[in-house]
Design a protein around this ligand. Structure first.
Ligand code: FMN
Length: 290
């Protein structure tokens, strides 16, 4: 049993933000059928945002993707139409503190956890663009919500420092990590392959980067962490827990292998735990000296 504040999760397997569309019926059915321990919504903004023009998602090779969907979403009000039996982590975004505060108010009742997306690299003025304001944003949002507040950060050199600012200002936890910004060129047109130009790289190549960052943040602050980045196998989940994650988000693996992979990963984890006589709580942070 894993606990964050007063919320209980059956196991660490949750869905990362942006992997399921913000369609209430779809989210309900996904939860019923595949039973993740929580679902993170795609990031919502105050008003609907159109995604960038296609192509917005490409597979670079097995296990590696690049996307620039650009936070396309139906707007925060859709969250209030979601009725779901698994805990809902609502990912919120905006292009200003004011917008983020308004979105917080809209989603407050439905969210078990609120996750502020300060890390998406795919739309100017949003996500990563606001990361240096993390202290001010967290302080203000914390003042208006009763829900546990997480901040999602990216694989940057200053991530430990930004994580510290989030915690100092009242964040209850961190979600680590978002995609890393990349670029690919089409050799016929000499233009970027993704219409937006750059995109966020996700998948297996992120895993060791995510592990290093989660370890460093956990070692420094001992805070609750939702680990995300390149998790494909049950062994990846164990590694992420060992460096301090309490929950583990599945992203690209769901796109590549389909939601049935949740059951495979879950079986692998349960076999491992029963062979070793361990519980998830025994593993969280076990590889980190604190
Ligand atoms: C198609 C796609 C859309 C995404 N949209 C969001 C989003 O709206 N908000 C967000 O915080 N992260 C978003 N992400 C990032 C994922 O939540 C996750 O942090 C990242 O993909 C790394 O995990 P993975 O390697 O398991 O995919 C998106 C990722 C993908 C592949």
């Amino acid at each position: 049993m894993i606990k964050i504040k007063n919320i209980i999760f059956n196991d660490p397997l949750i869905i990362a933000s942006g992997i399921l569309p913000d369609i209430p019926r779809y989210i309900y059915e996904f939860c019923e059928k595949y039973k993740p321990s929580a679902i993170t919504t795609k990031t919502v903004t105050l008003f609907p945002l159109e995604p960038h023009r296609a192509p917005t998602l490409i597979k670079i090779s097995d296990g590696i993707f690049m996307n620039a969907i650009g936070l396309g979403n139906p707007g925060a009000n859709v969250i209030n139409e979601i009725n779901v039996n698994c805990p809902l982590i609502v990912s919120i975004g905006g292009s200003s503190l004011d917008e983020i505060l308004k979105v917080t108010q809209i989603v407050e009742n439905k969210a078990q956890i609120i996750e502020i997306n300060l890390s998406s690299p795919n739309r100017k003025g949003y996500g990563e663009s606001l990361s240096t304001l993390v202290g001010e944003i967290v302080k203000n949002v914390k003042g208006t919500t009763k829900k546990p507040l997480f901040v999602k950060l990216g694989p940057w050199d200053n991530v430990i420092e930004l994580a510290g600012k989030a915690i100092e200002n009242g964040a209850d936890g961190l979600t680590l990590i978002n995609t890393i910004k990349g670029l690919l060129i089409d050799v016929e047109s000499f233009k970027p392959i993704l219409n937006y130009g750059t995109g966020g790289i996700s998948g297996r190549c992120l895993y060791p980067i995510a592990l290093r960052i989660i370890r460093d943040v956990y070692e420094e602050y001992g805070v609750d962490i939702i680990g995300v980045g390149g998790v494909y196998e049950w062994t990846d989940v164990i590694g992420m827990l060992a460096v301090g994650a309490k929950l583990v988000g599945l992203g690209s693996v769901i796109i590549e292998k389909g939601p049935e992979v949740i059951e495979n990963i879950r079986n692998g984890l349960n076999n491992y735990l029963s062979e070793k006589g361990l519980k998830f709580e025994d593993i969280i942070g076990i590889s980190v000296k604190r």
